[in-house]
Every structure is written in structure tokens, then in C-alpha cells.
Design a protein around this ligand. Structure first.
Ligand code: PLP
Length: 379
């Protein structure tokens, strides 16, 4: 059996998310129900009662794959259903990508901090994973010189996350192009987790990495920007069709296909994606203002590690507190407010806040966060 690390953030969430009152730990834009979707889209969701409950299309329905391809297309490069493999969430997509690509003898560079899956899974498959630490002076995006200095003869691929979880930093098209050009010259490919795309509410929208090279592998899902984590549907998008074929062939051994019900609901949401995205851009911008007011009136107790430019999460530095793990447990168990401890991302002294949650959860949660801090840390 390959050695598997504990997935810190998922274990923390699993332990605490069902017994809290205010949720600032969830990373999705406030999840929608079908009634809300109908009012947003102006078209009610109708189930096709005659749909046979089969395995469905193993790669995902052509209609859905085409809708996903459009999300990752531009005027210059139009992708099609053939560039898309539907998976069980972005977590299924990421797992499959690394299962397909990583093995003993491979050296892989992965940004840090990021969602732990992106470094733990390739390491589980025997690859040597080296972390590329993101720094404030680079806007918490990869430093090209540092990246170059890590490349070895056996470097196989570089793992990026745009926008970044937990920082909310965004890699611009210019920087992504620079990284990809360098990687291609060295026969290295890029894997980019774009699960928070296209939530670029406070920055220019960069191009999807698969627009910039025919060797980039991109993952995404319905969970964050489309507020539908419960359908557990994600995707791998690439112009490298051989890679997609290899991934699909590996997937035959575990999930076969995604639920046709999830596929069907996802088609409905993506047909109306602009209405859903408008709701979530408005939500993130409004809630980010609330976060800023909270920080500005906190007398330095709370500050952004990085003011987020995209996505729905950010890291909040908690002044004078090193052990934010214990503080997050206390917040969840005594104060019934969920925030994720920065320790899950290797950044103690911080809490990750999902500001894409409902405005009520954020407003009440922040009030209680301040109260809990004052009670616990000020005399
Ligand atoms: C960067 C990143 N990738 C992937 C995932 C998994 O997303 P999904 O719900 O689509 O499986 C998450 C969830 O938090 C994430 O933050």
C-alpha cells in the first residue's frame, strides 16, 4: 500500500462542520437549491422522468462536456467535448491527473501553500514532490527565478492553483505564459487546479492554463463558482487528448462514470452559468467589503495575509496567536463558528475564511470571532 498522509483540512471540516451555527469554513460560494436556481435562471429545473438510470456516457455526456469546453475556450482557441473528461468533483479530477502522471523517479514542483491534495497525492504515487513557497513580495504567486532553481533533469510537471486556496492570489496571464514557456523549453508540463475559476472578482480574468499550451492539464468543478458542490461533478480539460485517454482508462478501475443525475443537473446550471456567476461575483464583492470593514476596525487584531483577488477564500492573520488550530477548535465547539485553521495549510497563526458563504453567516461569524478572540486572548 502506498503511504498516505492525513488530509488535514478535510479531516478538520468533517469533524466540525455539522455542529456549528455560522459557517465561515466552507469554501464554496453559498450553495444553491433548485428553487433558488429556478428564480435566478428564470427557467425551472425539470427532471426528464423518462431518463433511463444507466451508467450514462462514461466520459460524461457530450452536452455537458461541450458546456465545460466553452468555459475554457477563447476566441483564439476553441475547445470541444473531446478536450474534456468529466470526473467526481475536482478532487476526483486531481486524483486522476496525479494517478496518471506521477510515479517513482519523477520530480514534481508544487506551489505552497495550497490544497494539500495537490502535493500529497503525487507523493503517494511515489514521486518526489518539492514545494515552491509563495511569498508576499511576489504577491503570493510563483517566483520564476526560484522556480527555475528547483528544476532538475527528472522534473516532470509543475502544479499550480489559480486562484489559490487558501490565499486568494491570482496568477496573471503574463506570469502564467512565462512559467509555461520556461516549462515547455524544458519538456515539463503544467497541471493547474482552476477549481475557483472564474471567480476573478477583484482582478482581471487570466486565461485558463489550457489556453496557453497544448500540454497543460486543467481541473475544475461545479463546487465553488457554481455553488453546487453536492452534485460532486468536476472535470479535466486539456488539449492533450492522449493524456485524457490515459486518465479515462485508469478511471475505468474505480468510478467508471459520474452519476447521470449529477451530469443532468450540471448541464442545467452551466446552460445558465452567467446568472449563477453574477450572483456569486456580487456575493463575493459584497462579503469582501464586510471583511475589509471588519479588519479595518479591529485595531490590528486581524489582518489579511494577502488581500484576495479571486476565489472565495482568504487567510486572516490573528495577532499574537500562534496556535490557531486550538483557537479554531474552540471557535467551532464553544462558539459554534467554523473557520479552518491555517495549520492545515502549513501557515500557523492564521485562519482561513470562506467569504463566499452567506452574508448572514459571515456577519454573525465575524462578530463572534472578535468576541471569542477578546475573551480568549485579551486580559
Ligand atoms: C484547490 C481545490 N481543489 C479541489 C477541491 C475539491 O473540490 P471539489 O468539491 O470539486 O471536489 C478543493 C476543495 O476545497 C480545492 O480547494
Amino acid at each position: 500500500m502506498p503511504f498516505q498522509e492525513d488530509f488535514l483540512i478535510e479531516q478538520f471540516m468533517d469533524k466540525h462542520e455539522n455542529d456549528i451555527k455560522y459557517n465561515m469554513g466552507e469554501t464554496c460560494c453559498y450553495s444553491l437549491n433548485l428553487n433558488e436556481l429556478s428564480s435566478l435562471t428564470g427557467e425551472s429545473f425539470e427532471f426528464d422522468q423518462n431518463m433511463r438510470l444507466t451508467y450514462g456516457s462514461i466520459w460524461g455526456t457530450p452536452v455537458l462536456r461541450d458546456l465545460v469546453a466553452k468555459i475554457h475556450s477563447s476566441d483564439e482557441i476553441q475547445l470541444t467535448a473531446d478536450n474534456v473528461l468529466i470526473t467526481n468533483g475536482a478532487i476526483g479530477a486531481n486524483f486522476l491527473v496525479h494517478y496518471t502522471a506521477a510515479g517513482p523517479g519523477d520530480h514534481i514542483i508544487c506551489v505552497d501553500p495550497t490544497y494539500q491534495q495537490l502535493s500529497s497525492v503525487p507523493s503517494m504515487f511515489g514521486a518526489d514532490v518539492e514545494l515552491l513557497h509563495l511569498e508576499a513580495e511576489d504577491g503570493y504567486t510563483p517566483n520564476i527565478q526560484k522556480l527555475k532553481s528547483k528544476v532538475r533533469a527528472n522534473t516532470k510537471y509543475i502544479v499550480l492553483n489559480n486562484p489559490n486556496n487558501p490565499l486568494g492570489s491570482v496568477i496573471s496571464t503574463e506570469k502564467m505564459t512565462e512559467i509555461i514557456d520556461y516549462a515547455e523549453r524544458n519538456e515539463i508540463f503544467i497541471v493547474c487546479d482552476e477549481v475557483y475559476s472564474p471567480l476573478f472578482h477583484s482582478s482581471e480574468q487570466p486565461k485558463s492554463a489550457c489556453q496557453l499550451s497544448n500540454r497543460c492539464i486543467v481541473t475544475g468543478s461545479m463546487s465553488k463558482a457554481y455553488s453546487a458542490a453536492g452534485v460532486r461533478l468536476g472535470w479535466i480539460v486539456s488539449r492533450d487528448k492522449d493524456f485524457l485517454k490515459q486518465a479515462a482508462s485508469r478511471r475505468d478501475f474505480n468510478t467508471i462514470s459520474v452519476s447521470i443525475i449529477d451530469d443532468y443537473i450540471s448541464q442545467y446550471i452551466l446552460k445558465h452559468r452567467n446568472a449563477v456567476l453574477k450572483r456569486n461575483f456580487d456575493l463575493c464583492r459584497k462579503n469582501l467589503m464586510i471583511m475589509k470593514d471588519f479588519i479595518n476596525s479591529s485595531n490590528g487584531k486581524f489582518s489579511f495575509v494577502h488581500e484576495p483577488e479571486g476565489g472565495s477564500v482568504c487567510l486572516l492573520r490573528i495577532a499574537g496567536v500562534d496556535d490557531t488550530d486550538s483557537f479554531a477548535v474552540k471557535l467551532a465547539t464553544e462558539f459554534k463558528v467554523l473557520c479552518a485553521p491555517g495549520e492545515c495549510f502549513g501557515v500557523p497563526g492564521t485562519l482561513r475564511i470562506g467569504y463566499g458563504n452567506s452574508t448572514e453567516d459571515l456577519v454573525e461569524g465575524l462578530k463572534i470571532l472578535k468576541l471569542a478572540y477578546d475573551k480568549t486572548y485579551t486580559k
